[in-house]
Design a protein around this ligand. Structure first.
Ligand code: NDP
Length: 380
């Protein structure tokens, strides 16, 4: 028997109130279509906390399968697992020692081990032909949410690469690729968009929150510029009346270079400032609401600037585009292997047999607090 532990919850609420660490044992007799996995690493994303709170777009099903006192769900959507044992009739070339990531949402990654039935459908073997050479478990565990979101949002709403090529071809004297604008630029998604944007020849205007001291703010700005950000401003600079003039005069050659895509992670006033900054016929893609404030859909800009407002939800995109999803993940893993894409900073939380419940719960509870050195990552 394999001894396993999982974080579980049986009702919605704050992680520190509703999560419990549950021990159970896993039988060595695997169903024919199942595999046994050992978790190597799993990050805590904002969506995981919202799921535990019951405020996320999908609610998990509570199940009695783990033998908990009440039916329960295991939180966590993302993670890297090693295949420990394979049932007799598992196809798809899955074998012991392979690394896999969930192919479906709501997988439940905050646990030491998991038996996965219908393994071929539920799992995605990492790296295809190339396997996992040149990659570590932390990279694999965190590739499928933040980097993929940045990737799809930069590609699927406005063809910025085409825009760059056309403006060069017209001899407009553009000094670089097409612009995009994003708030929450220090987030995992934001850092991914910065790096991919640079790789694709785009330029970015990035909004971050001010730090406790000017020195720390400058350090954050430099760090993002080193990743590939063209311009980094604070929320205060972005909300200031002078921003429109600066956008025109300092960065976009008197407004001749349009800003056609805005990625909105924050909502509230920051989103309203984004509406103002976008060029006519531009598109604003909302994917997060970190400020917990909504923003008005102002009538004037919708009509007179003909702005487009879109919402992005990776879970839905994944369901609708399973093949493209694999390609996106593999492409980003290749960039990681080549040293062209850096994962975001993490605060590692070791999860071994003796780790106390409180340590694990605290790592999750702190996720939405902000001003952190990195997101929580369970390493096993
Ligand atoms: P991270 O934990 O990496 O980063 C969170 C960011 O939010 C930090 O940069 C933090 O800024 C910022 N933040 C926190 N509170 C506030 C606030 N009150 N005002 C402004 N900014 C704030 O998060 P992720 O990159 O994983 O996710 C970012 C957002 O994107 C989340 O809302 C998440 O749910 C969403 N998301 C949505 C997806 C989708 O499919 N729609 C997919 C992936 C993510 P600071 O650095 O200053 O602390």
């Amino acid at each position: 028997y394999t001894q396993a532990k999982a974080l579980v919850f049986s009702r919605f609420g704050e992680p520190s109130d509703v999560l419990h660490l549950h021990s159970h044992s896993i039988s060595p007799q695997l169903p024919a279509g199942a595999v046994l996995l050992r978790t190597l690493a799993a990050p805590v994303n904002p969506a995981d906390v919202n799921t535990i709170q019951g405020t996320y777009g999908v609610r998990p099903a509570f199940s009695p399968l783990l033998g908990t006192p009440e039916p329960a769900a295991v939180p966590g959507n993302e993670g890297c697992f090693e295949v420990v044992a394979v049932g007799e009739r598992v196809g798809g070339g899955l074998k012991r020692g392979d690394w896999v990531i969930p192919a479906v949402g709501g997988f439940g990654t905050f646990r030491t081990h998991v038996v996965v039935e219908d393994a071929e459908r539920m799992l995605f073997r990492v790296g295809g032909e190339k396997g996992v050479e040149g990659l570590n478990a932390k990279q694999v565990a965190t590739v499928s949410v933040n980097p993929c979101s940045g990737y799809r949002m930069l590609k699927d709403y406005v063809d910025l690469v085409d825009l760059s090529v056309k403006s060069f071809a017209r001899g407009e004297g553009a000094t670089g690729g097409a612009w995009f604008l994003q708030n929450g630029a220090n987030s995992g998604v934001g850092r991914s968009a910065i790096q991919l944007g640079r790789l694709w020849g785009l330029r970015s205007i990035n909004v971050v929150r001010e730090r406790a001291t000017p020195e720390e703010t400058e350090a954050l700005k430099s760090e993002l510029k080193e990743l590939g950000a063209t311009v980094v401003v604070t929320e205060a600079e972005f909300l200031d009346r002078s921003f429109s003039a600066r956008l025109k005069e300092e960065w976009t050659r008197g407004g001749k270079e349009p800003v056609m895509l805005g990625l909105n992670c924050v909502g509230g006033k920051s989103a309203s400032a984004m509406v103002k900054a976008l060029s006519p016929k531009g598109c604003m893609v909302t994917y997060g609401g970190m400020s917990r404030q909504s923003f008005p859909f102002p009538t004037g800009p919708q009509i007179f600037k003909q702005l487009r407002f879109e919402g992005f939800w990776l879970s839905e995109w994944n369901k609708e585009n399973p093949t493209e999803r694999r390609n996106t993940v593999n492409e980003i893993l290749d960039l990681m292997r080549e040293g062209k894409f850096r994962e975001s900073p993490f605060k590692e939380v070791e999860w071994n047999w003796d780790t106390e419940e409180k340590v694990l719960k605290d790592a999750i509870q702190g996720t939405l607090e902000g001003f952190r050195g990195g997101k929580g990552l369970f390493v096993f």
